[in-house]
Design a protein around this ligand. Structure first.
Ligand code: HEM
Length: 474
């Protein structure tokens, strides 16, 4: 095994010596995180190889190399590498983990549906504003007492997704909904954990071993049956010819249109995965970013005050905030970008794979080699950020205080596989953040001294450790 690893490794970019079976996972202590990857970059350069168990993966680091990989070589590194865990639950359905014609079809469907449901016009904002009102009421009911802001935030962002996908929201006391959110959370957390890494590295052995993965597949079945029930309700309720109101309606219409076509790519299994993915890719990412946002406001109270002053100066107290107001709120907009940069929740993104043998930046990358575009490394690339390791909203402001975009700001990735929900996420981040800061001042409970944003837990996203804060009405 050892000699085999050495021989295969010779054809790939350099990297640390792998151990049999575990590869470099042991050396990384099963964590693929900012610190360990920065260390490896210092030793091996912008492009290196890591062995995740018995399989090599190429890591691409730094904004310039990432731009070439994601944009110039977009059609070469367009494939998703199979993740044994996601293959087991999704099969090759859906958008994020599918390839080829099915991926193109599903992605086109997803984008079209978001547009039809009002993304880019007022309709989507109205749905988001409604959820924000519930969240503000929830926080206000705590009357400034210490609370964990996580669950109400997740439920609110989750309900925005419910509106898009199911066409209705759930009461946040609804036991059925809360159970769905809980089992869903377990399913999505797993891949980023040490067990998740071991599962993907030793997938053929794992069915024989005890461990948390056994319970997760039962959780996934519960997610599926929740979604299946919603699909059934839509099928029963739908009157032919009525305009579609949500993603399931749009998909069922397409299924009906193509039912006699033997080459149709539409089926219920695929719909089930697309629905789950909207929650997987859309809910967790947005709510975790907002959790970081509150943490940064507590850790940097001077920034919080400055945002509130700008909101008060520009907006009428009862004015409904619109996404286009970001143009009148340059400081607030800069803060949102900076917290997204520094929180860097997606870290190494979702694994890609080379479609053919490729020469990239002087290295040979064989067809089918998994590749990690280390998005985080662009967000802290010292060539592009003045103080990459510090939270600094000035990164997005010019000398006159105008908002400026930065080319290395790629938290949604880039190229053909760029995040499909980027626009929806940006609108939600802006509307949730501005409404929360206009309504409340956030601070730590009196007895607490810690800094919320100094460390994180690694799951599918990097998330702050659980924390308590007080939301005091302004
Ligand atoms: C702050 C919020 C979000 C962040 C930081 C984020 C980031 C990302 C990243 C880095 C990728 C991987 C792209 C690649 O492979 O290069 C991705 C993919 C994806 N995202 Fe997001 N995302 C967010 C919100 C959303 C939302 C709200 C949706 C809802 C529709 C969504 C849907 C997707 C989908 C479907 C993919 C797979 C795209 C494909 O493989 O073609 N994301 N996202």
């Amino acid at each position: 095994q050892f000699l085999k690893l050495q021989w295969v490794g010779k054809r790939l970019p350099p990297g640390p010596t792998p151990l049999p079976f575990l590869g470099n996972l042991w050396t990384l202590r099963f964590r693929i995180d900012r610190d360990s990857l920065s260390q490896l970059e210092k030793t091996y350069g912008k492009i290196y190889t890591l062995w995740l168990g018995q399989n090599p993966a190429v890591l691409v680091n730094g904004y310039e190399a990432l731009r070439d990989c994601l944009i110039s070589f977009s059609d070469v590194f367009v494939l998703r590498a199979p993740s044994p865990y996601f293959m087991k639950i999704f099969g090759d359905n859906g958008i994020t983990f599918s390839n080829g014609e099915l991926w193109k079809h599903n992605r086109r469907f997803g984008l079209m549906t978001l547009r039809n449901l009002g993304l880019g016009n007022r309709n989507m904002e109205v749905r988001i504003q409604e959820e924000i009102r519930y969240l503000l009421n929830n926080y206000a009911a705590k009357e400034g007492r210490p609370m964990n802001p996580d669950l109400p935030l997740r439920n609110s962002v989750g309900n925005v997704m419910c509106a898009v996908v199911f066409g209705h929201r759930f009461d946040t006391d609804d036991k059925h909904f809360l159970h769905f959110m809980k089992v869903f959370d377990m399913v999505i957390k797993f891949p980023g954990t040490a067990w998740g890494k071991v599962y993907d590295a030793l997938s053929s052995l794992m069915p024989l071993l005890p461990g948390p993965h056994k319970k997760l597949f039962a959780c996934w079945e519960e997610v599926r049956s929740f979604v299946r029930e919603e699909i059934k309700l839509h099928q029963e309720r739908r009157v032919a010819g009525d305009p579609p109101e949500d993603l399931i309606d749009y998909y069922l219409d397409e299924m009906a249109k193509t039912k006699d076509n033997p080459t149709s790519l539409c089926n219920e299994n695929n719909l089930n995965v697309i629905v789950a993915e909207f929650f997987l890719a859309g809910m967790e990412t947005t709510s975790v970013t907002l959790l970081w946002a509150l943490g940064y406001m507590v850790d940097y109270p001077d920034v919080q005050v400055k945002v509130q002053k700008e909101l008060d100066a520009v907006l009428e107290p009862s004015e409904i905030i619109r996404y286009e107001d970001r143009k009148r709120l340059p400081y607030t907009n800069a803060v949102i970008h900076e917290l997204q940069r520094f929180a860097s929740i997606v870290q190494v993104g979702v694994t890609r794979m080379s479609i053919k043998d490729t020469k990239f930046k002087g290295f040979f990358i064989p067809k089918g080699t998994p590749l990690f575009a280390n998005i985080d490394s662009a967000l802290i690339d010292p060539e592009h950020w003045e103080t990459p390791q510090h939270f600094n909203p000035n990164h997005f402001l010019d000398e006159d205080g105008n908002f400026v975009t930065k080319e290395a700001f790629i938290p949604f990735s880039a190229g053909l596989r760029v995040c499909m929900g980027e626009q929806l996420a940006r609108i939600q981040l802006f509307l949730f953040f501005t409404n929360l800061l206009r309504e409340f001042t956030f601070h730590l409970p009196r007895e607490e001294k810690r800094k919320i944003t100094s460390d994180y837990i690694l799951g599918s996203t990097s998330k702050p450790h659980p924390y308590q804060i007080c939301a005091v009405s302004r």
